[in-house]
Each structure stands twice: as structure tokens, then as C-alpha cells.
Design a protein around this ligand. Structure first.
Ligand SMILES: *Cc1c(COP(=O)(O)O)cnc(C)c1O
Length: 227
């Protein structure tokens, strides 16, 4: 059996180490445990170890887990691709959505967010290196889209998210993250109150922290390889 507690502690100490290195308070960096393709029992075990934020990519399995774990005080993040016919389920079941890249999706999420729940937290996904296989808007589209999304009533624009193409040195990994950080600072200058930079995965934690990440998304290093 894998040791989730050990894995979580190791991941947290990697984040703490990077935070120290770049003189940032580790308390400003949230660890999102990505639990896609992992059973509810694994999430319950991570929760027992103090983990509260979990990320899911596939709606059907996520809905089942959210039901199974309704007794726990989990903050659920949707980090998968969003189809417009699935926005209602997302708006009703999640606290955060990280991959918004169209106004149409944001509008639907806002319209479908139940009044009984607080506004849905949203990050706009940016395709920083313009890989055509990937979701996300081009940086040039950000000023218009962020203005429009920030006006919607039942969602709260919290910041930006990106998944840059892999590269192997910290220096080269920092470049796309720096672009995202600059775009984020520009949004703040334009009076959009945002506080979240969702960037960094297991291979680029240090670079992401160096460029101001506030949320690191880690799956395999916590829960083991996925089938
Ligand atoms: C799967 C996934 C992760 C986690 O990936 P691992 O390699 O398992 O750590 C992070 N972010 C997103 C958007 C993902 O889809």
C-alpha cells in the first residue's frame, strides 16, 4: 500500500523549500491534490492527513466521489476540459473551476450557480506557449475576457491558470510562468481583484513558486501512478 501521508509531507516540504528559496511565505501557496482516477478511499485518507483541496478532471467520477465524501469539508476544484452541456453539474458541485477559456462557459456557470451557494471561484486558463493541442486563450485575449467575466454575478474571477509545455531547467520553466504572472499583475492594475495564480505541477514546483504561484496542482506524487 502506498503511503499517502508520507507523499503529502514530501510534496509539502518541496513547496516549503521552494518558498524559502524565493523568500515567500509558504502559507500563500495552496497544495491542490489532484485525485482523478483515484478512489474515494484515497481522498478520505489524504483528508485524514489534513489535505482539504482536491482537483478532479472527469465529471462523472467526480460526482460519485463528491457524493461518497459529502460528510467531509472538502474544497472541490474542477480542473478538466469543460463542455458547455456540462456546466450545470460543475456549477452545482464544485467550489472552483480552473480551465475557463470562453465567455459562453463563464456565463453558463454564472447562470447555473445555485443561489444557495457562494459565488463559484474561476480561473481563466491561458495557453502561454500557444500549443494548439491545449485549452486556454492567447494572452492578447485576456484583457477583454477578464473584464467581461469579472462582471458576471454568481462567479468570482480569482486569477489565471496555465499548463506550460514541459522543459527541463528551472530557468526555462520560469519563462512561461513569468508571462502568466505579468498578465496577472496587469489584471490587478486594471482593477480586477484577483489573488490566484494556478501554476506548477510536480516537475516545475520551484519555477512556479519563483514566479509567484499561489496554487500548485499535484497528483501522482501524492496518490501514485494512475491506471
Ligand atoms: C492531472 C493534472 C495534474 C496532476 O498531474 P500529475 O502529473 O499527476 O501530478 C495537474 N493539473 C492538471 C490540469 C491535471 O489535469
Amino acid at each position: 500500500m502506498q503511503n499517502t501521508e508520507n507523499n503529502l509531507n514530501q510534496t509539502k516540504s518541496q513547496i516549503n523549500h521552494a518558498a524559502d528559496l524565493y523568500s515567500r511565505p509558504a502559507s500563500n501557496i495552496c497544495l491542490l491534490a489532484v485525485s482523478k482516477r483515484k478512489p474515494s478511499g484515497d481522498i478520505r485518507e489524504a483528508y485524514r492527513c489534513g489535505q482539504r483541496d482536491f482537483g478532479e478532471n472527469y465529471l462523472q467520477e467526480a460526482q460519485q466521489k463528491i457524493q461518497d465524501l459529502a460528510d467531509l469539508d472538502i474544497c472541490w476544484h474542477f480542473i478538466g476540459a469543460i463542455q458547455s452541456n456540462k456546466t450545470k453539474v460543475i456549477a452545482e458541485n464544485f467550489d472552483w473551476v480552473h480551465c475557463v477559456d470562453r465567455l459562453k462557459i463563464a456565463k453558463r456557470l454564472s447562470e447555473q450557480r445555485p443561489d444557495s451557494l457562494p459565488p463559484l471561484n474561476i480561473c481563466i486558463q491561458v495557453n502561454v506557449d500557444l500549443e494548439d493541442t491545449k485549452g486556454g486563450i492567447a494572452l492578447e485575449q485576456l484583457p477583454a475576457l477578464s473584464q467581461q467575466i469579472s462582471q458576471l454575478p454568481n462567479i468570482r474571477l480569482r486569477g489565471l491558470m496555465a499548463i506550460p509545455a514541459p522543459s527541463d531547467s528551472v530557468e526555462s520553466q520560469r519563462k512561461p510562468f513569468a508571462k502568466l504572472r505579468e498578465a496577472f499583475e496587469e489584471m490587478q492594475k486594471n482593477a480586477i481583484e484577483c489573488d490566484t495564480l494556478s501554476m506548477g505541477m510536480s516537475q516545475d514546483i520551484e519555477a512556479a513558486v519563483a514566479e509567484g504561484s499561489t496554487l500548485i496542482r499535484i497528483g501522482t506524487a501524492i496518490f501514485g501512478e494512475r491506471l
